[in-house]
Design a binder for this molecule. Structure first.
Ligand code: BES
Ligand code: ZN
Ligand code: ZN
Length: 488
């Protein structure tokens, strides 16, 4: 679906949607007959312009429209940017049945901030996402090809909307990757799809098992031992700044295409959801796409570790000890705590090779984060207060919200091992924190933040902008982080 900002209503037959905080139907160049009809209908109904409330007028007094819909906004100064996303999503929902006609949007002139309108339009795009590829019979209603938003400011809005259009494409790619089942999206197929991003100007390198072996990435490789599919490490580079001297910003993602738990096999119930255990990597890949599409003025590197965690005669076993690329040894006490093993080598590699400004990693790392924050907010852990604050702020603006949890030596101790330098699980509680402490041992002094998205990459409550199991969480967050801090 496309969003177009236009200066005035077109004359061709279509649906009109009014986004209003109160009954002010004048000032939009609507026919007198229609204005008085709208006033009358509103007066005779219970409609009171509350947030997201809707009213449908099926026989409008205007030959140009076959239908008029009103969406209430509630008190305008109480609306957050997220509310504007949701209003936009509502517009898309309401226009679902209108696939054959033009849909035009008029909005309250009291909405002054350009960002609010842009976010409303962005929400409309987000709400148009469907994952239908495996439905041969009942497909979800698809949305229409375009929505027109009428505004005097149409030129500027079209220009600034390019960023949001790019973000939505990144979010959709992330959602597609996460929704994809693991018989289709195994590590090699995944890296092949990332290679397609080369046509946008992203430099993509793929390391196979042989290369990783020579680099000493035994922590990552151990996870894939039980799988029929070859593990992959994919490196993506977007060089949006000509000045190559700036240190790159690096993002690292957990890409476990399927997490059965390995020899420490997971229980059967909901195991199918582990096709989404590559949500962190999908956010990184989606982010790179959005940055390239909008030609972001930043040098950014994305690194994703792609593996499949399976039980097998060749699989890694509890009690095994591996030597990571960093030289540190790890006692595997539970093969289901595999994400941190993948990230350990991916983080170390990223830090050594790129000497980054900072590293942010994203991972569906722990079930424990669901106990703290549910399917609503992601947990962040950081060795750097400034970076953590920036990510928190980007979360408040983007709507991909995060909340910081602590790191502490007392938790770090919990992963000391009697045989090796560390073990891959902590005994006792605080599972999300001990997982983060584990990662911290692989980043040295580089400013770093870990985002645990086990509760937010999938399964967030559905609404007008979150229309599928996979959410695409992280793409808008990180695009905002870069846009607000590193693209002056
Ligand atoms: N992929 C899981 C975490 C997860 C759980 C993601 C639920 C999404 C939804 C991770 O690899 C895992 O299995 N973690 C274990 C760690 C434990 C063995 C220390 C967990 O959280 O139970
Ligand atoms: Zn696991
Ligand atoms: Zn996992």
């Amino acid at each position: 679906m496309k969003i177009r900002f236009l200066p005035k209503l077109s004359r061709s037959k279509g649906t009109l949607i009014l986004v209003l905080s109160k009954n002010i139907f004048k000032g939009f160049n609507l026919r007198k007959e229609l204005v008085s009809q709208l006033n009358k209908v509103v007066l005779n109904s219970k409609f009171s312009f509350k947030k997201m409330q809707t009213l449908e007028i099926l026989d409008p007094n205007d030959p140009n429209f076959n239908k008029v819909l009103i969406i209430g906004t509630g008190t305008l100064n109480k609306l957050s940017l997220r509310d504007f996303d949701l209003l936009g999503g509502k517009i898309t929902q309401l226009s679902l049945g209108e696939s054959k006609s033009r849909v035009s949007i008029i909005y309250d002139s009291a909405i002054k901030k350009q960002d609010s309108i842009l976010r409303m339009a962005y929400g409309s795009l987000l709400g148009s996402y469907r994952f239908n590829k495996y439905k041969t019979k009942k497909k979800d209603k698809t949305t229409l090809p375009s929505i027109d938003i009428i505004s005097n400011n149409y030129n500027e809005l079209n220009k600034f909307f390019q960023r949001y259009s790019a973000i939505s494409k990144g979010v959709f790619l992330a959602r597609d990757l996460v929704n994809e089942p693991s018989n289709i999206l195994y590590p090699k197929e995944y890296s092949r799809r990332v290679l397609e991003l080369r046509k946008l100007g992203i430099i993509v390198e793929v390391l196979g098992e042989q290369k990783m072996k020579s680099l000493g990435m035994n922590s990552l490789l151990g996870v894939g031992l039980g799988s029929q599919h070859e593990s992959q490490l994919v490196i993506m580079k977007w060089n949006g700044l000509k000045n190559k001297k700036t240190k790159p910003i690096c993002f690292v993602g957990k890409g476990v295409c399927f997490d059965s738990g390995g020899i420490s096999l997971k229980p059967g119930s909901k195991m199918e959801e582990m096709i989404g255990d590559m949500g962190g990597s999908a956010a990184v890949v989606g982010l790179m796409k959005s940055l390239a599409l909008r030609k972001a003025k930043a040098n950014v590197v994305g690194v994703v570790g792609l593996v499949e965690n399976m039980p097998d005669g060749k699989a890694q076993k509890p009690g095994d000890i591996v030597k990571s690329m960093s030289g540190q040894t790890i006692e595997i006490q539970n093969t289901d705590a595999e994400g941190r093993l993948v990230l350990a080598d991916a983080l170390w590699y990223t830090q050594k090779r790129f000497k980054p400004e900072f590293i942010v990693d994203l991972a569906t790392l722990t079930g424990a984060i669901l106990f703290s924050l549910g399917n609503v907010i992601s947990g962040i852990f950081s060795n750097n207060d400034k970076l953590a604050d920036k990510i928190y702020k980007a979360g408040q603006v983007s709507g991909d919200r995060v909340w910081r949890l602590p790191l502490d030596e007392a938790y770090d101790k919990m992963i000391d091992s009697q045989f090796a330098d560390m073990k891959n699980i902590g005994r006792g509680r605080a599972g999300s924190i001990t997982a983060a402490q584990f990662l911290k041992r692989f980043v040295n002094e580089v400013p770093w933040t870990h985002i645990d998205i086990a509760g937010t990459a999938t399964g967030m409550p559905k609404n007008s902008i979150n229309t599928s199991w996979a959410t695409g969480f992280g793409v808008h967050l990180l695009d905002t982080l870069i846009n607000q801090n590193f693209e002056s």
